[in-house]
Design a protein around this ligand. Sequence first.
Ligand code: MLC
Ligand code: AMP
Length: 427
Amino acid sequence: VLYLACLRSGIVYIPLNTQYLKHELEFFTADARPKIVITDKERKNTFELFTKSSNILIIDELISISEKIKSPEVKYEPNEFSGDAAAAMLYTSGTTGKPKGAIISHKNLIANAQALTHAWNWSQDDVLLHALPVFHVHGLFVGLNLPLLSGSSIIYLDKFSSKEVVKSLPKSTVFMGVPTYYVRMLSDSTLTKDSCKNIRVFISGSAPLLEQTYLDFKKKTGHEIVERYGMTETGMNTSNPLQGLRKRGSVGPPIEGVQIRARTESGCISEEGEVGEIEVKGQNVFAGYWKREEYRSKDFTEDGFFRTGDLGRIDSEGYLFLIGRKKDLIISGGLNVFPKEVELIIDSFTEVKESAVIGLPHPDFGEQVVAVIVLEETVRLDKPTLINKMKNKIASFKIPKEVLFLDELPRNAMGKVQKNILRERFS
Ligand code: MLC
Ligand code: AMP
């Protein structure tokens, strides 16, 4: 309701992950300088510590006034503003260790919701089973905007639990989630062809869907999961078609109004099938990052394509196959972790000489955060102690699941840590 209220009144909505700790909340508040902070009672004091200029409202108190909102005397007309006006700002990747705010306009949201409505044949009769968090693009824009635009229904779960999801599948027509959701649902014995008989489409995105998960899901339910590809900065870019060929291992061709291309390392536009960095253009693509105007030429090409940092190839039928990332990013259970941010925390401990944080395969989360550490001479530090030291510093999903100790990190001739060597050695 808050999100919709912001959209209609022209307030720029900035959702934050509820797992963030004080240090992270402080960064976002200082960077965004919000006029209003809406939070729970527990976090009120935290926000009061570092913001003098924001109004801090408590969510429970807002809920208690919701009765008044129902009064017929109170009229809430949407404000009028241009499609280019900012609708939301979502924080995302920062190679320097600091997240950047992506400014997303009303036009971006509408264009993407319309294109997806068409791509996935969304109608008023659909019932979306919604189990995603609503502080990221997937659960917020894809999960909420499509039903809002079509006037269809949502079965809203507070968080993902495979038991609850499988229980609600018979009443739903669409389910969407990150690959981890499908991995977990597969181990639920109550997931059967019968429990999925009303489902029109299962959609996966935010991280690579393993071929094995796709095949196991098809065997168990009869459904071929539709994989799509998106980003905070662009919303959804491509999707395998509902009708027509779904290519395994591909995230499909671009959806309506979106252009994609690949660019090789030498700077040329890739030939058909040739791997390159994926670039995207369309009404779905954001205007730029908050307070980063000077970096625009790094983020966008001269002809207005956004450089995604993802690596892939496009086949003769326009289908995109993602094969990796140029950016140093780990996606664990659909949540992004920026190695630099974790390295900065680990390096701040006096026992540590240097560290490299890498992503390694994980059966549940797809990828897991792993820290490779070189200690100062003659000191000792074990995994539990390190993890404990990190606990009040960053959100727990960013804390390494594994810690490995080395005498030195492999470096290339330029002195850059060779994370590929670490990944090969330890995977
Ligand atoms: C939770 N934990 C994780 C984690 N989620 N660790 C690594 N990776 C994750 N994704 C940790 C917690 O910090 C906690 O640690 C422990 O696991 C248990 O927490 P939990 O809350 O009980 O976990 P669970 O409910 O099982 O959550 C896992 C999950 C959730 C997969 C259900 O992470 C999730 O819903 N992920 C989806 C994220 C998402 O919406 N991504 C879309 C981004 S948009 P401890 O130590 O405290 O016990 C985007 C664009 C696009 O990417 O294309 O869509
Ligand atoms: P975020 O910054 O949270 O919006 O994450 C966007 C990133 O998620 C993209 O740049 C991709 O690297 C990754 N991603 C999204 N969808 C897929 C997908 N279907 N397969 C592989 N990676 C994906």
